[in-house]
Design a protein around this ligand. Structure first.
Ligand code: ATP
Length: 254
C-alpha cells in the first residue's frame, strides 16, 4: 500500500497508519511568519513505505516531526497508529512513542557508553519491560551483527552503527518507523544493507515507514515518494526509479 495524497484518496477509517489533514505549521511571530508546512493532507496506509523529498527548507523534517508527534501543528489534524494525536499531551505522546513508534536518525543516536546489546535493549528498559537477552541477540543477528553485541558504537563502522539503531527500533516492533536521512552518512554498500532491512520491516512485519531522504536511490526503495516544495506537497510518485526521482527533484530545485 502506498501513500495517498489529497483527501479524496483517504483510506477507510482505521486502515491508515498516518493521516495528516490540512496540516499547517508555522514558526515565528506574525510579521516574519515562516509556513514550514502549508495545508498538507496525506494518508500512509499500514504496511507502506513513503519517502519524503524536496529542496532544502521545503518542510521535510517539519512534516516528519509533526507526523511523529514531536512537534504540534499550528492547525489541522494528525492521526498516528490509530490515534488522533492532535493536541495530545506530552505524556500521551511519550506513551505512544514508547509503545508504537520507532525512530532512526542520520547520526545513529546510539549511547556511546553502552554496548550494541545494551543500546538495543534500551527502549525496552525505558518502557519498564524485562529484557530477554536472547531476544536482543536475535534482533542483532537479524541485522547481521550477531558477533558485535559487546562492541561499543566507536568500535563499529557507520553502517554497523546504523544497523544497531535499526535493531533498537525493531526490538519494540513499532507500528510506525520514522527515519530521518537513515542512509545520509553511509557508503553505498552500507546504505543498500540498511534499505534492505527497512524493506524487510515493511514486507515481513507489515510495519509502516516514513523516511526523509536527499538520496534518489534511497527514495526509489520506498513504495512511493512525496515531493515537497515551500511546505506543500507538489508531486507524488508511485514506485519510481532513482532516475525518475532525481529528475523530479531537479525540476523542483531548478
Ligand atoms: N524552529 C524553527 N524556527 C523557525 N523556523 C523554522 C524552525 N524549524 C524549521 N524552520 C523553517 O521551516 C522551513 C522548513 O524547515 P525544515 O527543516 O522542515 O526543512 P527541510 O526540508 O527538512 O530542510 P533540509 O533538507 O535542509 O533539512 C525552513 O524555512 C526553516 O527555516
Amino acid at each position: 500500500m502506498s501513500a495517498a495524497v489529497g483527501t479524496e484518496q483517504v483510506a477507510p477509517a482505521g486502515s491508515a497508519a498516518i493521516e495528516l489533514r490540512g496540516a499547517t505549521r508555522h514558526y515565528g511571530p506574525k510579521r516574519e511568519r515562516v509556513r514550514a508546512l502549508d495545508n498538507v493532507s496525506v494518508v500512509c496506509g499500514r504496511g507502506s513505505w513513503t519517502a519524503v523529498m524536496g529542496p532544502s527548507g521545503s518542510g521535510k523534517s517539519t512534516l516528519l516531526h509533526c507526523a511523529a508527534g514531536l512537534e504540534q501543528l499550528s492547525s489541522g489534524q494528525v492521526h498516528l497508529a490509530g490515534k488522533d494525536i492532535t493536541g495530545a499531551s506530552d505524556r500521551e505522546l511519550t506513551e505512544l512513542r514508547r509503545r508504537d513508534i520507532g525512530f532512526v536518525f542520520q547520526n545513529f543516536n546510539l549511547v556511546a557508553s553502552l554496548t550494541a546489546e545494551q543500546n538495543v535493549a534500551l527502549p525496552l528498559k525505558l518502557a519498564g519491560v524485562r529484557v530477554p537477552t536472547a531476544q536482543v541477540r536475535e534482533v542483532l543477528a537479524s541485522v547481521g551483527l550477531a558477533d558485535r553485541g559487546k562492541h561499543r558504537p566507536r568500535e563499529l563502522s557507520g553502517g554497523q552503527q546504523q544497523r544497531v539503531a535499526i535493531a533498537r527500533a525493531m526490538v519494540m516492533r513499532p507500528k510506525v518507523l520514522f527515519a530521518d536521512e537513515p542512509t545520509g552518512a553511509l557508503d553505498s554498500n552500507s546504505a543498500r544493507q540498511v534499505l534492505r532491512l527497512l524493506r524487510d520491516m515493511v514486507d515481513g512485519a507489515g510495519q509502516t515507514i516514513v523516511m526523509v531522504t536527499h538520496d534518489p536511490a534511497a527514495a526509489a526503495s520506498a513504495d512511493s515518494v512525496l515531493f515537497l516544495s515551500d511546505g506543500r506537497i507538489v508531486d507524488h510518485a508511485v514506485a519510481p526509479t532513482a532516475r525518475e526521482v532525481a529528475d523530479r527533484l531537479a525540476s523542483l530545485e531548478g
